[in-house]
Design a protein around this ligand. Structure first.
Ligand SMILES: Cc1cc2nc3c(=O)[nH]c(=O)nc-3n(C[C@H](O)[C@H](O)[C@H](O)COP(=O)(O)O)c2cc1C
Length: 413
């Protein structure tokens, strides 16, 4: 048998020789990216991203809340033309997905926040820069992403806090969200067990790990030092970047008066991010807050906080149909995005999904994560028989089958 015939018989696929593309071609969902990330990074860094607070009950509950929803699709709806497009505060986006704020992103990959913003821009999605980012407000804005948002931690040092607000406004950030669930830092058990330092240090244990992850350490050592690009050295931390030390400068005395002060200084859309119940939501409305980002910080703060997906219907009822509600914590698939919208969200925010991509393959990995989520969302919408995001919101209650009957079921605390 000649070679050509043999090849046809065996249906050999062309071999992907470029290593990054080859790695990504084997990642068919976010969980595959997570596994690739785990293989490529030192354990302490991977665990910083992957882990949660205390006993990680919240982390597990977030994932379970999405997994336990079962759809009841609509049939024969003509879904040849489907659009995932939406808009945020008057600006359109390609899909109801936002890349959320994550600290220390250059520790996961030296291209860090800039890589995430470039990928988000290519996909037509907003990106939220963290207060504890490793790329500065101005440097990121210079990249030209037209829909950057800024996440604010309120520091004990209010002058520093207000400076951040003013810099974000001057650099053209469109929206600001104040994180309200971090008055003290959650106990990140894995970080304590691993003795995580930031930046990762070449301790004896790390030296032993170099052989296992040479690529990571080479990239880290060749790239500019990891710093808190927005704040510089925080008073009281003596230049120590470790999360626990930094968080000691978050202010546990925070009250609504602080939020109102930021409201007076920030002219654009202002959101609160955290575990927010109906009562607080009504108060936020009265305080002139423009939207809520429901989040239990991906299970990294109050371990037994309610899962935002579960509180969503009650929150929607409290704030009315038109008020912007974002939800995060546990989105790992496009069908999770659809579920959140069907239960009353305007869109979702993701943290780990794009970080797994970044850790697995840098910017191309973030692209891959976003591509996966968008394709999964589009497919889910078609299979559900809905052609647009507003239609998905409207159809919501009839799309679920739970507890043996139609409807989204009762909220299980
Ligand atoms: C590594 C990491 C760092 C984070 N840093 C911040 C931060 O600096 N500020 C913030 O408000 N939230 C932060 N978060 C929380 C995310 O914004 C988001 O709420 C959470 O990741 C959503 O859950 P998911 O990871 O399951 O998508 C961080 C999350 C992770 C995983």
């Amino acid at each position: 048998m000649r070679w050509r015939e043999a090849r046809e018989l065996l249906r050999l696929r062309p071999l992907e020789l470029e290593p990054t593309r080859r790695r990504l071609s084997r990642c068919h969902d976010i969980e595959d990216l997570r596994r690739a990330a785990r293989r490529r990074l030192p354990r302490a860094v991977f665990d910083y991203v992957d882990g949660g607070a205390d006993r990680e009950r919240g982390l597990a509950a977030n994932l379970r809340a999405f997994e336990r929803r079962r759809y009841l699709p609509r049939i024969l709806r003509g879904v040849a033309e489907v659009s995932t497009a939406t808009s945020w505060f008057g600006r359109s986006a390609a899909a109801p997905i936002i890349c959320g704020p994550t600290g220390y992103t250059r520790m996961m990959h030296p291209d860090g926040e800039a890589a995430v913003a470039r990928a988000a821009r290519r996909h037509g999605l907003p990106y939220v820069l963290s207060t504890v980012a490793t790329t500065s407000i101005e440097e990121l804005a210079a990249g030209g992403h037209p829909d950057l948002w800024f996440q604010l931690y309120i520091w004990r040092d209010r002058r520093l806090t207000m400076e951040l607000v003013e810099r974000a406004a001057a650099a053209g950030y469109r929206a600001l969200e104040i994180t309200v669930d971090t008055v003290v830092l959650g106990y990140r058990t894995r970080d304590h067990r691993n003795g995580l330092t930031i930046p990762p240090q070449l301790t004896l244990r790390a030296l032993a790990g170099i052989a296992a992850h040479p690529g990571y350490w080479t990239r880290l050592l060749r790239s500019p030092a990891i710093t808190l690009a927005n704040t510089g050295k925080i008073p009281g931390t003596h230049g120590d970047l470790t999360v626990q030390t930094l968080a000691s400068q978050f202010d546990p005395g925070l009250t609504w008066a602080d939020v109102e002060q930021v409201r007076r200084r920030w002219p654009g859309p202002l959101l609160l991010k955290g575990s927010i119940g109906p009562e607080d939501a009504r108060r936020a409305l009265a305080a002139g807050i423009d939207g809520l980002h429901l989040s239990n910080h991906g299970g990294r703060q109050l371990d037994r906080a309610m899962v935002p997906l579960d509180t969503l219907p009650a929150l929607r009822a409290a704030v009315g149909e038109a008020y912007p509600l974002l939800v995060d914590s546990g989105v790992r698939h496009g069908s999770d995005v659809a579920a959140a919208i069907a239960l009353g969200a305007d869109g979702v925010v993701i943290g780990r999904p794009y970080l797994y991509g970044l850790m697995a393959a840098g910017e191309a990995g973030v692209d891959h994560a976003l591509q996966l989520l968008e394709a999964q969302l589009l497919r889910t919408m078609r299979l559900l028989g809905v052609a647009s995001v507003p239609e998905l919101r409207r159809a919501g209650p009839e799309l679920f089958w739970e507890d043996g009957q139609p409807g989204p079921g009762r909220m299980t605390p």
